[in-house]
Ligand binder design. Structure first.
Ligand SMILES: Nc1nc2c(c(=O)[nH]1)N[C@H]1C(S)=C(S)[C@@H](COP(=O)(O)OP(=O)(O)OC[C@H]3O[C@@H](n4cnc5c(=O)[nH]c(N)nc54)[C@H](O)[C@@H]3O)O[C@H]1N2
Ligand SMILES: Nc1nc2c(c(=O)[nH]1)N[C@H]1C(S)=C(S)[C@@H](COP(=O)(O)OP(=O)(O)OC[C@H]3O[C@@H](n4cnc5c(=O)[nH]c(N)nc54)[C@H](O)[C@@H]3O)O[C@H]1N2
Ligand SMILES: [Mo]
Length: 722
């Protein structure tokens, strides 16, 4: 039973509210799977049909439970997994069988038979043994000739099923050069909050106001939307900071529609109001922050009027939002997975945003209150033991020393340089898409130039076409694991159907590869169940027990534990002025600097490219480069597009649905014009992952010097009729 909160005052019926607000959006109820009233009706089970349960992997979050109806070994239909704490399934999940049984799935291991760099790769089917032997032999050859660290182990968007396993493989092989798509995603926000000392204050049943900073869960994290709608129904005030009039914005009491990449200035302006109006928590600031006086002095220049000129947000709105945020305690704070840090100044901007949680004292001091540790199983990577001795061989050591200090995987964004100078010479790429990087031709060239590269994916993607060996990966419905934890539920997904062809789960082939590399002893001799048992040991359960529980096991919470109070920073306090950054030669305060390729810092360039170029906001039916071949999802958004405000479209004589060229100093792509108030005047939004209009051929390679993240969301462009 779901808990029904008490709601004081008038209550909007959820369905009425959702309908009125249009939150349900273009692609229908599937976009809002969290809300119970819009859940799909449970399917009637037909004769001979059986329900099997798994986790949906149609997006990289990969954590919503899914029920699959199976008849005679074939999956026929899917429905939400009602008793699972995460879900139900969105429009992508509803289309998962079209992925599972797609005729283009890669079904067998392949070796390439023509030289790399040929217009199209030619492939020959080989056995798994031959594929794994070849990979083991070639990587060992590189290790003997140049050193183990010359081999890159890379995981793209896929997460739990791939990453910890691959990291173990890398470290046991002897290479610290394991890296992931987190080099462009989310990790910089964690870096920023780690530098400050703490992350999100979240949304709790007590929250009275919440700030959503660059978040559009309606489209990007549908499973989170129910909590937000419930908060709205409880009367929680919502402030939304987003350049777009996104679907989630429709829940907001105040929408701060800023120019992309100016988040730091806006946050510092809000901090000034909170401090100068005495709305901050004096006790918390005195006892638990470092650098408050310097911070207070620094923010004085960010008057509401000045911030209006920088961000475009009306001074009065900024003041109202700061007051709403700081006087409705406790406040929640939910920020983007990536949009605040897809800027050259992103890490400092994100620190400025996070500083507001310290000013209002809404961030918990770790160890202060006894708390129940979250449920977790044993870490398979063993990085704490294996990484330190290899640290000096990290490829990113000199380029991104702050990242290196905090992140146990390399910052990969200088891959072209590392390959060019011989720092990396071979790679194993699991679920990699080179088009996620800015100036992506440099990355495809880097992979092509490696002496040896192997990859695993569901498809022979353009990235897989760069490989010497291509391995067919099994999807979540075809593989065992990984162990999933949702609140207090532990769940072990088992294969729902037999894999197509010879596809294998990533953990399975990696464990087999370890044996081919002579490292079987470190990988439980390839025994996955034994591995899972070792991981589950701290929970007091075994894989075989879990497999008998098709809905997972609920582990009761243990006793609350307390520790020594303090933040994990050099001072033990929340660092408004970061000692780590100062030591590394950066500003200790979250200083705001203009995006170098913006209208303020580069007015001449803005003459030629007058529009702000914001790329890669999420579309509900796609996950990055995935699902364009899924007919059901493709129907929802058939073409690549640019969202452009009517004023900007009219000025260029562009009509709805016409072809338009988006041009930057790096080149142009042709997309359909979508004339919409979702975009503000002067800012256009182009979506990523389209093969025929690859936005990352025209994004610039301007990297944040602290995090190494690319500036995907604050560059300049022009749009013209094609
Ligand atoms: N311009 C611009 N560029 C961006 C962004 C942006 O906002 N703007 N966003 C960035 C961000 S935040 C991200 S996360 C990246 C996207 O990160 P990418 O890694 O580019 O994501 P995908 O395109 O989903 O590619 C993942 C590949 O993994 C495969 N795959 C999926 N699951 C599995 C699995 O279990 N096993 C194996 N072996 N393969 C699997 C998929 O088929 C797909 O080919 O893009 C980044 N690039
Ligand atoms: N359907 C779907 N869901 C996904 C993904 C997917 O590919 N498809 N990818 C997953 C991944 S890897 C990620 S990282 C997350 C991303 O999750 P989110 O960050 O929630 O989603 P986005 O749409 O990228 O961005 C959220 C909002 O940030 C706004 N924004 C853009 N630039 C700025 C800026 O400079 N400042 C501010 N304040 N706001 C800005 C955008 O207008 C957008 O509405 O989504 C995950 N979920
Ligand atoms: Mo991401």
């Amino acid at each position: 039973m779901r808990h029904k909160p008490f709601i004081p005052g008038r209550r909007l019926d959820r369905r009425t509210f959702l309908k009125a607000s249009g939150v349900l959006g273009a692609a229908g109820a599937g976009l809002l799977p969290g809300a119970s009233t819009v859940r799909a009706a449970e399917t009637e089970i037909a004769a001979g049909e059986e329900i099997r349960r798994s986790i949906c992997d149609m997006c990289c979050i990969g954590r919503c439970g899914i029920e699959v109806l199976v008849k005679e070994g074939r999956a026929t239909r899917v429905q939400p997994f009602r008793d699972y704490p995460r879900g139900p399934i969105c429009v992508k999940g509803q289309s998962i069988l079209l992925q599972l049984y797609h005729p283009d799935r890669l079904q067998y291991p392949m070796k390439r038979t023509n030289p790399k760099g040929s217009a199209r790769a030619a492939w020959q089917r080989i056995s798994w043994d031959e594929a794994l032997d070849t990979i083991a032999e070639r990587l060992d050859g590189i290790r003997r000739k140049y050193g183990a660290e010359k081999v890159l182990f890379y995981a793209g968007d896929p997460k739990d099923a791939v990453r910890p396993n691959l990291q173990r493989l890398a470290l046991k092989f002897g290479s610290p050069n394991y890296g992931t798509e987190s080099s462009v995603c989310h990790r910089a926000t964690v870096l920023a909050t780690s530098l400050n000392g703490a992350g999100s204050a979240g949304l709790t049943p007590d929250t009275r106001a919440v700030i959503l900073w660059a978040q559009n869960p309606a489209w990007a994290m549908a499973c989170e939307m129910e909590r937000l709608v419930q908060a709205k129904e409880r009367g929680v005030k919502i402030i939304d900071v987003d350049p777009r009039l996104a679907p989630t914005t429709k829940l907001a009491d105040i929408h701060l529609q800023l120019r992309p990449g100016t988040d730091g200035a806006l946050a510092l302006g809000m901090a000034r109001v909170i401090i100068n109006e005495g709305l901050y928590d004096e006790d918390f600031v005195r006892d638990w922050t470092r650098g408050f006086e310097d911070f207070r002095d620094y923010v004085q220049q960010f008057t509401p009027e000045k911030v209006e000129t920088i961000t475009g947000v009306a001074a009065g709105k900024l003041v109202a939002a700061a007051r709403m945020y700081a006087s409705n305690l406790p406040t929640g704070w939910i920020t983007s997975a990536a949009s605040t840090v897809h800027h050259w100044n992103g890490c400092q901007n994100h620190r400025a945003i996070s500083a507001m949680t310290a000013l209002t004292g809404t961030v918990a001091v770790p160890g202060m209150e006894p708390s129940i540790p979250p449920l977790s199983f044993r870490d398979i990577t063993d990085w704490k033991t294996l990484l330190p001795p290899l640290r000096d061989k990290r490829a990113d050591l000199k380029d991104f020393p702050v990242w290196e200090q905090f992140v146990q995987e390399i910052q990969v964004n200088r891959l072209p340089e590392y390959v060019g100078e011989g720092t990396l010479r071979a790679g194993l790429f699991v679920g990699c898409n080179y088009r996620m990087w800015p100036q992506d031709h440099l990355y495809s060239k880097a992979i092509r130039d490696m002496e040896f590269a192997a990859g695993a994916d569901f498809w022979l993607t353009p990235t897989m076409e760069l490989m010497d060996i291509a391995l067919p990966a099994a999807t979540s419905l075809e593989r065992l694991g990984p162990i999933a934890i949702a609140e207090r539920t532990v769940f072990l997904p088992q294969p729902v159907v037999r894999p197509i062809g010879e596809a294998r789960g990533d953990m399975e082939w990696m464990w087999d590869l370890a044996k081919h590399m002579g490292m079987g002893a470190d990988f439980w001799n390839g025994d996955i169940l034994a591995t899972l048992d070792w991981q589950l040991e701290p929970l007091g359960i075994q894989a075989a027990d879990l497999m008998k529980e098709p809905k997972g096991m609920v582990i009761p919470p243990g006793k609350p534990q307390s520790g020594k109070p303090g933040f994990k920073t050099p001072s033990g306090k929340f660092e408004l002025k970061s000692a780590v950054l100062e030591k590394a030669g950066f500003d200790g305060l979250p200083v705001y600097r203009e995006p170098p390729e913006g209208p303020v810092a580069a007015p001449q360039m803005a003459g030629k490219y007058p529009l702000i170029f914001n790329t890669g906001s999420r579309e509900p039916m796609y996950t990055h480069s995935r699902h364009r071949n899924n007919p059901r999802l493709r129907e929802l958004q058939p073409d690549p597009k640019v969202d452009i405000h009517p004023i900007d479209a009219r000025a260029r004589g562009i009509q709805q649905g016409e072809d338009a060229v988006v041009e930057t100093s790096a080149g142009g792509i042709t997309v359909k014009a979508n004339i919409t108030h979702l975009a503000q005047p002067g800012v256009v939004h182009v979506y990523h992952g389209w093969p025929q209009a690859d936005v990352n051929t025209i994004t610039a390679r301007t990297l944040d010097p602290i995090s190494g993240f690319p500036a995907f969301k604050s560059q300049l462009c022009q749009v013209r009729k094609a």
